[in-house]
Design a protein. Structure first.
Length: 215
């Protein structure tokens, strides 16, 4: 019992400190966003969108979209509880699970969030990679709900790259951060094309928006 309470306290403190550090670091960034109209028009019409982004670019986007009530999928394993609490403190909704492990439950939760009017954020190559591989979870949710996928990419003038599988990006203080949004990708219900073809189409959309972010 004592170890459990001690573990809970450590998680709570780690989450609190993590959220403070993200807010403090993000406050120094000079963020420029391009092509935001692609999702703002959807929001204005009351239609949720599914942001798709590579796992390694998650941090600046977590700061940029804080307080918008976006629902994020967070793994139940490893440091997932800390990440979930940080996300909640930054104004996100959280759905626990993975599109690889316990996929059915996670997909139900994601589809329900869209049905309730919430935008989603999904990392198709998370939580463990391979980097820049497009797992089918976002495609399935887009097909089930009719919500468009909006590719997002980030670049930073100066940043640290962690020695992790995804080369996780941490923009340095006062870095110029460019957030670019791609055109919506719709997956029609009952689309006869195979999952591999749809994943490739989505991956190419991610490549295009990444070129825009780095331009």
């Amino acid at each position: 019992m004592g170890d459990s309470k001690s573990g809970d306290r450590r998680i709570a403190w780690a989450a609190r400190i993590g959220a403070i550090l993200i807010r403090a670091l993000g406050w120094t960034w000079r963020i420029r966003a391009s092509n935001e109209d692609v999702f703002r028009r959807q929001r204005a019409a009351g239609r949720p969108v599914i942001f798709v982004l590579w796992h390694g670019q998650l941090l600046p986007l977590l700061y940029h979209h804080r307080g918008e009530g976006v629902a994020v999928l967070i793994s139940e394993h490893g440091d997932g509880e800390i990440v979930a609490r940080i996300a909640i403190s930054l104004g996100y909704r959280t759905i626990r699970g993975s599109t690889s492990r316990g996929a059915s439950r996670a997909l139900i939760g994601l589809s329900r969030a869209v049905g309730e009017g919430h935008d989603l954020a999904i990392t198709p190559d998370g939580p463990r990679g391979p980097a820049r591989s497009f797992a089918p979870g976002a495609l399935v949710v887009a097909q089930r709900t009719g919500a468009p996928m909006v590719p997002v990419a980030v670049s930073a003038s100066r940043g640290w790259r962690l020695r992790s599988w995804d080369s996780f990006l941490v923009p340095k203080p006062f870095a110029r951060v460019h957030v670019a949004y791609g055109e919506p990708v719709f997956i029609a219900a009952g689309d006869v094309r195979g999952a591999a073809e749809e994943a490739e189409r989505a991956r190419q959309a991610m490549e295009r928006v990444e070129s825009r972010a780095n331009g």
